[in-house]
Design a protein around this ligand. Structure first.
Ligand code: KG4
Ligand code: ZN
Length: 358
C-alpha cells in the first residue's frame, strides 16, 4: 500500500493568512486535519478594499501563530509532515512573500520537499478535497480577484475559456455594496438586501453578453449602478431594489456565459456528463447557485459547489494542490520567487487594457 501523504499548506496571497494540514485518505480525497484562516477584513473595511501595506504587515504579524495553530490542531509534529506547499502567485508580492518565505524556511529546516503553488490551481483542484472527481471538468472561479472559466484537464494542465476583461465579479459586488453603504466586503449584504427588492425595478446593462465568447465584463454594470445611486436620495426600498436588480443582472450574465462555456467545453473535450465546479467566494450566493444548478441540469453537467470553507481563500486547497503536484514530481527549489501575474493557461490571451478587440 502506498504511503498516504501529509502536507502543510500556507496561503498569504491577499487578505487572508491561512495554514492547513491535510492527509490523503483511502477514498482518494483528503482528511483535513487543520484549516486555519485568519481574515483581515476588519482591518481593510474602513478603506473599502485591501490595502497592500496593511495586508503585508498583518501577514508578518500573524503567520507564526497561524502555522503553529494549524500544527497544534492537527495533533502532528513537524517531522510527520511529508512536504510543504505555499502560494507563490498570483497576488500582491509583499503579501505572497510572507507565506512563501515561511514555507521555504520550514521545508528547509525539516529537509522536506517544497512545492510552490499557483493560487488559482489551489481553487481549481479544491473540489478534490471532498470529491473523487474525474478530469476533465469545467470550472467557474468567481472571487474578489478573479472571474474565469477553465477546462481543468489535469494537474498543471488548464485551458482558459474566458476571463473578465475588467473587474472581477466579487469586486463588482463589493463596489455595488460600497455605493449603497452596505460595508466591505459586501457580497453577502447585497444578497441579503436583494431578497426584499424588486429584481426588475432597474434595467441594468449586460456588458458583452452576445459577444467575446465566455469572456466577462462587469465595469459597465458597476457604472450603471453608480449612475442610479446619483439620481435620488437612497432609502431602504431603493437599496433593496438596486441590490436585487444588480444581482439579477449578474445571474443573467452568468447563465448565458456558462452555456457558452459549456458548449466550448464539449467541443474541446467531447466529454458528456462532466462536472461543473463553481468555486470562489461569490459561489456562496444562493441565487447564483440556483441558476447555475438549473443551467447544469439543462446541459447535462453535474454541478459541484465546494464547501464554503474550501470555496473562499484557504490553505487546505494549497496543501492539496501541493500533494497533487508532488505526485507528478512538480517540486520546486528555494530559488522560486513570488509572481504577481501567473495565468494557469500560459497560452491564454491577455484580456485587459487598451487595444483589446472583442
Ligand atoms: O474567494 P474569496 O473569499 O476571496 C478572494 O479570493 O477574493 O472571495 C471574496 C469575494 C468578495 O468579493 C465577497 O464580496 C464575495 O466573494 N462574496 C459574495 C458572497 N459572499 C462572498 N458575493 C456574492 N454573494 C455572496 N453571498
Ligand atoms: Zn482566491
Amino acid at each position: 500500500m502506498k504511503k498516504k501523504l501529509t502536507f502543510l499548506g500556507i496561503e498569504t496571497s491577499c487578505d487572508e493568512t491561512a495554514a492547513a494540514v491535510i492527509r490523503e485518505n483511502e477514498q482518494g480525497t483528503a482528511n483535513v486535519l487543520a484549516n486555519i484562516v485568519s481574515s483581515q477584513t476588519k482591518e481593510h473595511e474602513k478603506f473599502g478594499g485591501v490595502v497592500p501595506e496593511i495586508a503585508a504587515r498583518s501577514h508578518v504579524e500573524n503567520i507564526d501563530f497561524i502555522v503553529s495553530k494549524a500544527l497544534k490542531e492537527s495533533k502532528l509534529n513537524f517531522d510527520e509532515i511529508d512536504g510543504v506547499a505555499a502560494t507563490a502567485g498570483p497576488g500582491l508580492i509583499v503579501c505572497l512573500s510572507v507565506g512563501l518565505n515561511m514555507g521555504k524556511t520550514i521545508a528547509g529546516i525539516l529537509k522536506k520537499p517544497f512545492v510552490a503553488v499557483n493560487h488559482l490551481e489551489g481553487h481549481a483542484l479544491s473540489p478534490g478535497l471532498e470529491n473523487n472527481l474525474n478530469f476533465p471538468y469545467l470550472l467557474l472561479l468567481i472571487s474578489g480577484g478573479h472571474s474565469q472559466y477553465l477546462i481543468v484537464h489535469d494537474v498543471n494542465r488548464y485551458k482558459q475559456l474566458g476571463t473578465t476583461i475588467d473587474d472581477a465579479l466579487g469586486e463588482a459586488f463589493d463596489k455595488t455594496a460600497k455605493m449603497l453603504n452596505l460595508g466591505y466586503p459586501g457580497g453577502k449584504e447585497i444578497e441579503s438586501y436583494a431578497k426584499r427588492g424588486d429584481k426588475n425595478f432597474f434595467k441594468l446593462p449586460l456588458p458583452i453578453i452576445n459577444k467575446a465568447g465566455c469572456n466577462l465584463s462587469f465595469a459597465g454594470l458597476k457604472t450603471a449602478v453608480l449612475r442610479e445611486t446619483k439620481k435620488i436620495n437612497q432609502n431602504e426600498t431603493f437599496k433593496h431594489n438596486l441590490a436585487a436588480s444588480f444581482q439579477e443582472t449578474v445571474i443573467k450574465i452568468l447563465s448565458k456565459k456558462t452555456e457558452v462555456a459549456m458548449d466550448q467545453f464539449l467541443k474541446n473535450t467531447k466529454k458528456q456528463n462532466a462536472a461543473f465546479v463553481i468555486a470562489g467566494g461569490v459561489a456562496a450566493n444562493a441565487s447564483i447557485q440556483k441558476e447555475l444548478i438549473s443551467v447544469s441540469k439543462k446541459r447535462n453537467f453535474y454541478p459541484i459547489f465546494p464547501k464554503l470553507e474550501f470555496c473562499g481563500d484557504n490553505a487546505a486547497m494549497i496543501a492539496w494542490a501541493g500533494i497533487k503536484r508532488f505526485k507528478k514530481k512538480l517540486i520546486d527549489n528555494f530559488e522560486i520567487k513570488a509572481k504577481s501575474r501567473w495565468p494557469l493557461d500560459s497560452e491564454a490571451p491577455y484580456m485587459k487594457g487598451p487595444g483589446l478587440i472583442l
